[in-house]
Design a protein. Structure first.
Length: 134
């Protein structure tokens, strides 16, 4: 997945089957990305469906990011929380609360946005693990 547009570009979409997490389950996503080494801002976000989501990385002169974010159902399948993303480089944002009905199929997106069209961001690798929680 590659971004070289100044708009928000969806780099990865992970569909999650309805009911797969249960009322207390989670989705854990690990992300590894690369980008060119310039002063231009490069921002990676992770979120549910069309939601902008948690800021995962905001880099300028760094050449990549490796991080993780977890979406957790909070005792009900329509009360979700994303933990504060953890990462190895760049700024990392706070957690986000959602009200997405996970009894229906939903999508976890990883997006990127760059400040200059001459910059680029690429997702080198990602993994996603769904854990059912009763």
């Amino acid at each position: 997945a590659w971004a070289q547009s100044t708009g928000i570009v969806t780099l990865v979409s992970i569909p999650v089957a309805g009911g797969a997490m249960g009322p207390s389950g989670s989705l854990a996503v690990e992300i590894s990305s690369s980008n060119n080494n310039t002063a231009g801002a490069k921002t990676i976000r992770a979120g549910l469906n069309a939601t902008t989501g948690a800021l995962v990385a905001a880099t300028t002169a760094l050449t990549g990011f490796r991080g993780a974010v977890r979406v957790q159902n909070r005792g009900a399948e329509n009360r979700n929380y994303s933990s504060s993303p953890s990462g190895s480089m760049g700024a990392v944002g706070a957690g986000v609360s959602w009200s997405v009905d996970t009894t229906q199929q939903w999508v976890f997106n990883i997006t990127a946005q760059i400040a200059a069209a001459t910059d680029w961001v690429v997702i080198d690798a990602f993994s996603a693990t769904v854990t059912y929680g009763p």
